[in-house]
Design a binder for this molecule. Structure first.
Ligand code: ADP
Ligand code: MG
Length: 387
């Protein structure tokens, strides 16, 4: 469904459920072009908002109750705004959490009616949950707080919602990207200082395609924690706070004193930091071939040095390379999930067909393929009638 069609459906449903109309808000899912496993090392990530959104029609209802209808899940939920009023439906807890986190920070939230829907695929690595949080955080800031809460705080409100109401201990990237996203721009976020900068991403001759392997390998020992511990050990050995502050020269000097595994992990992280910076330069120069080359290097590093790939993802990456895709790499933590692919326009249809067919032949199920365009993040889509 296109975003315009979705808006019409939402407005129609709002009129049926609550009568009349409210204001329509949207916020987006996100991709991360490059900068993987860098956040907990104080490095850079490089996300952008995409043309897949959560959209909500919302209107204050003059009570102290929130009444929400989820069009996709086809459920209606009502809740109050005190801590003990938390709903049990997991999708509603995201909205409740946003309300509570605003109130906890001294902001205002009163009762409202809402109908929402989305076209961000759930659990595909595009962060539908951040889109949902950012949509409501942005809306409640506009409707009840005169937009006084600054945008970074809106992102943190989304992050705290995941931590405190949804049991997900996430970083800030997803909510940041969803709130700050801008059409035709990616954002380099410094995970240490939280400074950010926009870089143009307007590839006229290329497009971005995600291939979701739809596999998720759950490994027994927590590989994520083990990677983190390796990074921390090496940083300590080098006398720096995080690997963000280390160079390959410094790492090579201590190579004999650390385990081969720790060395490989740290090497990946240090090289990845430099790759993000190289991609920024390339984008400023409109050089998408270099961007693509760096994406392949990231994949190689994630696969061989950081060892968070898996057979299916390496297969998708090899296939991309064979077909002349400009850049391809694992997006997200690894062990399954998506690859992100930058490819020439003319290759698109053949790539999608081939990857779908060959992956199915080999692994017994089709991957899901998503075209994405870098678009705006949280926004007011349509202002409702003045009360
Ligand atoms: P993702 O990687 O897409 O963020 P999560 O598991 O973090 O996956 O978040 C998905 C959850 O967000 C869903 O289980 C649901 O509770 C909520 N959600 C996302 N999109 C929608 C939607 N369109 N309608 C209702 N709830 C949604
Ligand atoms: Mg999520």
């Amino acid at each position: 469904m296109t975003t315009d069609q979705m808006q019409k459906e939402i407005e129609k449903t709002f009129a049926e459920k609550f009568g009349g109309e409210g204001s329509v808000y949207a916020s987006a899912g996100r991709i991360n072009l490059i900068g993987e496993h860098t956040d907990y090392n104080g490095g850079f990530v490089f996300p952008g908002a995409i043309d897949k959104v959560i959209m909500a029609d919302i209107r204050p209802n003059g009570t102290d109750k929130v009444r929400v209808y989820s069009m996709d899940i086809k459920e209606y939920v009502e809740f109050g705004l005190n801590e003990e009023d938390a709903p049990k439906e997991s999708w509603a807890r995201y909205i409740f959490g946003i309300c509570r986190e605003i109130i906890k920070r001294g902001g205002t939230v009163k009762g409202f009616d809402a109908v929402f829907a989305g076209n961000v695929p759930l659990g595909a690595g595009l962060s539908s949950s951040a889109a949902l949080e950012s949509c409501f955080a942005f809306a409640l800031n506009d409707l009840f707080n005169g937009n006084k809460i600054d945008k970074f705080e809106l992102a943190k409100i989304g992050q705290s919602t995941e931590h405190n109401y949804c049991g997900v201990n996430c970083g800030i990237m997803d909510q940041f990207a969803s709130v700050f996203g801008k059409e035709g721009n990616l954002m380099r976020l410094d995970c240490r200082s939280l400074e950010y900068e926009y870089f143009p991403f307007k590839p006229e001759d290329y497009r971005l395609v995600l291939v979701d392997s739809r596999v998720k390998h759950e490994l027994a020992d927590s590989p994520y924690n083990k990677r983190r511990e390796s990074c921390e050990r090496v940083a300590k050995r080098l006398g720096v706070e995080t690997l963000r502050d280390a160079t390959m020269d410094e790492l090579n000097k201590v190579k004999g004193d650390i385990s081969a595994e720790d060395y490989m992990r740290a090497k990946y992280v240090i090289e990845e930091k430099d790759r993000v910076l190289a991609v920024c330069d390339a984008l400023n120069a409109g050089d998408y071939e270099t961007v693509g080359k760096k994406m392949y290097e990231t994949h190689e590093g994630l696969s061989k040095d950081y060892e968070v790939s898996c057979e299916e993802l390496d297969y998708l990456n090899d296939l991309a390379k064979e077909m002349g895709v400009t850049g391809s790499r694992i997006m997200g933590g690894g062990f399954g999930g998506c690859t992100i692919n930058l490819l020439p326009n003319g290759l698109h249809d053949r790539f999608v067909e081939t990857v779908t067919e060959k992956f199915k032949d080999k692994y017994g199920h089709e991957p899901k393929v998503y075209d994405v365009v870098i678009s705006d993040g949280a926004r007011l889509v349509k202002e409702g009638p003045k009360a």
